[in-house]
Design a protein around this ligand. Sequence first.
Ligand SMILES: Nc1nc2c(ncn2[C@@H]2O[C@H](COP(=O)(O)OP(=O)(O)OP(=O)(O)O)[C@@H](O)[C@H]2O)c(=O)[nH]1
Ligand SMILES: [Mg+2]
Length: 267
Amino acid sequence: MWNGKTVSVALPTYNEQASIRACIDGFFATGVVDEVVVCNNNAAPGTSEEVARTRAREVIETRQGYGWSCQRALAETTGDLIVLSEPDGSFEPNDIHKLLAYAHDFDVVLGSRTNTELIWTGANMGWWLKWGNWAVAKYMEFLFNTTTLTDVGCTMRLVTRDVLERIQPHFTVGGSQFGPEMMMLCIWSGAHLIEIPLNYKQRVGESAVTGDRGKAIALGVQMIGLISQFRTRTAVGQGPDLSRGGFANPRRDAATPLTADKRGATR
Ligand SMILES: Nc1nc2c(ncn2[C@@H]2O[C@H](COP(=O)(O)OP(=O)(O)OP(=O)(O)O)[C@@H](O)[C@H]2O)c(=O)[nH]1
Ligand SMILES: [Mg+2]
């Protein structure tokens, strides 16, 4: 529970039997997490046993892929605020406090793994991956003229229940490009977004995607295609219909005391 709101963590899992238990326990140990939902995506043997030793709830998704797994994990959550993450040891559960701090003002808080100061020794974020993610993120930022973006592959992010319910029916990507699709749907929904840097650590076990340079480049090209296609559709009036009334944003509503206070504080 945080600020009177319930907090859910959604974790897709494929090959993280060695790290998933510590990750789940880490999230509960933060003291703000009400539920952890694990989506077992034909995961490595032993994963279910590890999850059963925790307070997390496990659901099974048989359609293979990062996107299917994230979608199912998100769909099973019940909290007011939903944090998506990975159980491979690459994210720091305590960083949930950073996401929540921004949830005061924003509907969506995206993580970024490309700030050099927060990339740990051994993390899979070398020169190519860092600048590749940055370049594709800048492409998205430019096309949508949106909030500052520096990463398109960071699973750890927070959305409100309202945003999730709006964008969920429009998820189409079952594979590894799900992350940017979710980002674009958030942007297109009119939600207020911010991206913040998060710790990025060495993963436990083998990376299935971006550990291989060829696979990472192919994924980057697919992401550019997805972003271009989505932006073209929206430009010709064929984007998803996400309208359901606007999102209140105290920062931009000059009449609210919050904005007035903030202005006063910064002068
Ligand atoms: N590769 C892959 N990952 C899956 C699948 N289903 C769920 N996942 C989850 O998706 C996440 C990403 O997979 P990773 O192997 O960590 O990919 P990675 O190479 O580290 O890629 P990044 O995390 O983007 O750096 C993990 O949390 C997996 O558990 C699947 O079918 N394939
Ligand atoms: Mg990973």
